[in-house]
Design a protein around this ligand. Structure first.
Ligand code: AKB
Length: 332
């Protein structure tokens, strides 16, 4: 690996009039396909390559370039970046909070070793790099209501530890080597056509499916567990906006981004307005509950709003209307 000690990378090696050539890792998770669709609308279909270690469903395969890529294989990562002349990299491969606790060594490999490969390939090739972080990067000793950008971060999950590591390493590479690293701490993300896998906030995705299909939902968190959440369209737009923000506007490299915050009970009340027979019951998963209890209840994202104009579109009522429409509740 060659990162010259005196390297002074300047964000991108393409001129401002060029479109970036984008690689998305972990592209078949909850956010990759949606991000690829958004970026392809802006930069053209062939400018955005989705990658993963899994076989894509037909509609994904036919919607634009897809490539096999294992982030643990540095040589193949470098080969893709070189051959495809990549300039922007969105690094979405990661094991989420609950599944990470069930397989710590795999989470450590993917979330930490994998990140090291990404940082090196990005620094070596002067890429602009986006790595998502999360509310999970905070812990029980962080201020929880709200959590500011800069505060104590002592998470108690391997997921959270790996995300704090990613924030710090990305910022270190930025100051040490000039890597154009950009990072947002996402809340729980709610989406209709893609499923999260193994997170603590997953209940807020599943509830819409179960409400429309069965009229009831069994929640694995307690009724009063308050967590920050965001609709996927806001999340993807925030991601593109921070990537397009002029470097001078970024007073830091890791930002909280927020939208709304609610408890399962509040979410259920809102669903009830549209699905009158809806019922929620509780069967608490102790591991997920302990994780949720250590996370922020609210996010302070004032720096993102001030520096690069972050503004969310979806609050709880719009979220619920949109999700129920997408799940076809009107047909019930
Ligand atoms: C999880 O619940 O693990 C993720 C997250 C909030 O980062 N959705």
């Amino acid at each position: 690996r060659q990162i010259p000690a005196d390297a002074n990378f300047h964000s991108a090696s393409f001129s401002d009039t060029d479109h970036p050539r984008v690689l998305i890792t972990g592209g078949l998770g909850q956010l990759g396909v949606g991000l690829a669709n958004l970026l392809r609308k802006r930069f053209g279909k062939d400018s955005v390559i989705l990658s993963d270690i899994k076989k894509p469903p037909d509609h994904v395969f036919h919607s634009g370039p897809f490539i096999y890529s294992d982030i643990l294989d540095y040589k193949s990562l470098r080969e893709i970046v070189v051959n495809k002349r990549i300039t922007w990299l969105f690094h979405y491969s990661a094991l989420l909070s609950a599944v990470g606790e069930a397989n710590v060594s795999l989470a450590r490999a993917v979330n930490i070793t994998g990140l090291h490969n990404i940082l090196d390939v990005a620094a070596e090739h002067s890429l602009r790099l986006f790595v998502p972080s999360t509310i999970g990067a905070f812990g029980p000793t962080s201020p929880r209501n709200p959590a500011p950008d800069l505060c104590i971060q002592r998470p108690r999950t391997i997921y959270g530890v790996s995300k704090v590591h990613a924030e710090l390493m990305g910022e270190y590479y930025h100051y040490r080597y000039g890597l154009d690293f950009r990072c947002l701490r996402y809340p729980g993300i709610i989406s209709a056509d893609s499923q999260p896998g193994g997170g603590t906030t997953d209940y807020a995705v599943q509830i819409f499916h179960d409400a429309t299909k069965h009229g009831k939902f069994e929640c694995n968190l307690e009724a009063h567990t308050r967590l920050p959440m965001m609709y996927i369209d806001d999340c993807l737009r925030a991601t593109l906006e921070v990537m397009e923000a002029p470097a001078e506007s970024l007073s830091m490299r890791t930002y909280n981004v927020g939208a709304m915050s609610f408890t399962p009970e509040e979410l259920a009340q809102e669903v009830l307005k549209h699905v009158p027979e809806f019922q929620i019951t509780y069967n608490v998963d102790a591991i997920r509950q302990a994780i949720a209890d250590s996370w922020p209840m609210n996010f302070d994202d004032s720096n993102a709003r001030k520096d690069w104009g972050w503004k969310h579109d979806f609050d709880l009522p719009e979220l619920v209307t949109t999700m129920l429409n997408l799940h076809g509740s009107e047909a019930r």
